[in-house]
Each structure stands twice: as C-alpha cells, then as structure tokens.
Write a protein that binds this ligand. Structure first.
Ligand SMILES: [Zn+2]
Length: 206
C-alpha cells in the first residue's frame, strides 16, 4: 500500500482515540501520521525489512498502551500512537502486494519481513499493489474521519496526503514503464559509479 495510505490509517486510528481523550490535542495525531509513514523510510535499504516490524511494533504499542492507560498525557499518547501506526503499517503490508517492481503481476512471495520468526510473510494481495485503484479508495476512506473532525493545517495536511495518493495512483504504472525504457539506456560505466543503494534500487528495471 502507498505510504500515504499507511499514514492516513495511523491518523484514522488517532482520530478515533482522540474522541475519548480530546484534551490531548494535535500531538498524538501528528505522531500517528509520522508513525504510519515511518517504516517506509527503509525504501532505499532493505525495503519492508529494516524498519518494518509487524510483531515487535505491535508488542511495543501494547506495552506503551498499558503505560498510557496509567499515565495519560499527550506525550505518552503520542508515543503509543506512533508505535501503533507503525505496527498497523507493517501488518497492513502483508495484506498488499509483493515487494517486486511490478507487484500487479503477482509473482513475488515477499510482502513484509517478520523479524520474530525470521521469515518473509507472503503477500495476501487484498490490495493488489501500492497505487492500485483499491489502494486509492482505501486511502480516501481512511482520510474521511480526519477530514470531518480536523480543521486548519491538519485538515490541509490530510487533503494534501490524499492529493499525493491520487497523483501516485495515476503515475504508478506509467513510471515503471518509463523506468523500463530509460534504465537500460544508462551506460555501464555510469551505472557502476552510482551509489550502491541507488544502483540496486534501479537494477530491477535493467
Ligand atoms: Zn511498508
């Protein structure tokens, strides 16, 4: 799923929680948005492994939730929602497509790495790939509560995330088609001089 879908899922969770703790303010919602996005910072590394922890984030979020139930402050709520949103992201990735460059072909067997078992979780493909039409629908549905409840800058942020989702969905397949055309044209010596991470990221399109 798109990083924006994950961020909006975190925000939807935070908006639901904030109905019970309205005095906590905007910090927990912001933390949930960042937590929902956070695992995908491993995009240029070992994607869906380095910063994706479906089990460990979940356990950490539960522990933080126990602490927050005892000591409910904006900060404890923010930490809990950051971890919960990151956990939700990591678990949601298992419901999406595989890690491969063209996940709509349904060829990959790796959705997200489970550090607890030391194995890759297979993709369920309920959302076929990041940027699929159903991913955009999910993104919109998750944005709805926040759009209704929040206002000002926060509301603008949600609308912007949704806008990015629309653009990403429109460009997802054309960009891969473009990469398929452009990357093979990169001369070997230029390719060899690219940073290893960049080279391995685009090598799939050669
Ligand atoms: Zn992810």
């Amino acid at each position: 799923m798109m990083a924006t879908t994950h961020a909006l899922a975190g925000v939807a969770l935070a908006v639901a929680v904030s109905l019970f703790v309205p005095e906590a303010g905007g910090l927990p919602v912001l933390a949930a948005a960042v937590g929902g996005f956070f695992p995908d910072f491993d995009l240029t590394g070992d994607h869906r492994k380095t910063l994706h922890f479906p089990v460990y984030y979940s356990v950490a979020a539960l522990l933080a939730g126990v602490v927050t139930a005892a000591v409910t402050t904006p900060t404890t709520l923010a930490v809990t929602l950051f971890l919960a949103a990151a956990a939700l992201h990591s678990v949601m990735d298992a419901a999406g497509g595989g890690l491969e460059p063209r996940p709509w072909l349904g060829q990959g067997e790796r959705a997200v790495y489970n550090h607890a078992s030391g194995r890759w979780i297979a993709p369920r493909r309920w959302v076929r790939y990041d940027g699929a039409p159903e991913d955009l629908v999910l993104s919109g549905a998750l944005a709805l509560p926040a759009l209704l409840v929040l206002d000002g800058t926060a509301q603008l942020g949600i609308a912007s995330a949704l806008g990015i989702s629309v653009v990403y969905t429109a460009l997802r397949k054309p960009l891969v088609a473009l990469a398929d055309r452009v990357v093979p044209q990169i001369p070997e010596d230029v390719f060899d001089r690219l940073p290893t991470r960049v080279a391995s990221f685009i090598a799939a399109y050669r």
